[in-house]
Design a protein around this ligand. Sequence first.
Ligand code: NAI
Length: 232
Amino acid sequence: MPDNKKISMSVVRRLPRYYRFLLEFKNNGIYRISSKALADKMGTSASQIRQDLNCFGGFGQQGYGYDVPKLFDEISAILGLSNQYKAILLGAGNLGRAIVNHVFFQSRGFELTAIFDKNPQLIGSCINGMTVLDVSGLEDFCRQNTVDTAILCLPKESAEQIVDILYRSGIRSFWNFSHLDLSMKYSDVITENVHLNDSLMTLCCCITAAREESALPSDRPEKTEASHSSKS
Ligand code: NAI
């Protein structure tokens, strides 16, 4: 694989989508696909797909298209999904529980190894076969176990204090659902922020723009901007 550091984040952010579509094709017995057919299914252009995949060396064959299982394996390798990075989750509330119950850690490059909370009513309880641990033992746990990533499902104020402990313990990557801006605090951490409200506002903006567009008088010149479809 070529040097991934030169790949733009916008390409990286599209890779999970390729992964999802290819997985579905594979599961439906589709083993070969042209870039045009792949583009049509994904609602993008063949040139976008070629451009994206060329960042990693291509993978397509002129006149043949893409070998679906092979491309799936290549994309999985680029995403690093066989890594099984050790992850711990902080905050076993509504969000934390939903994540533990619904996220496919193993097939997405991670192994969830511990869940922590401070609420005595939650400590010792079981979520998807895992026991919630007392957060007071967090530092000891990090000292005794490999921890690559922390998943933050805590209120902002608590996250601030917990992140300091995690940083001191050597953890430098975070899947961050708390509303704390980690990059402002530490310059050497890898953070993937998730904000469902931002996604909802993006949808709102797209609906608003589409409605305004359809309200334009019909004799107005056609708009040349791309459509507003927002694909994850
Ligand atoms: P919740 O109140 O159900 O759960 C929070 C959990 O964190 C509780 O179990 C609490 O005991 C635990 N906690 C608090 N301080 C702690 C500490 N110092 N150490 C260990 N555990 C601690 O809240 P919910 O709904 O699960 O949301 C959690 C946070 O995630 C909230 O701050 C919310 O704003 C945020 N959130 C973010 C979303 C996003 O899209 N980024 C979506 C939903 C919630």
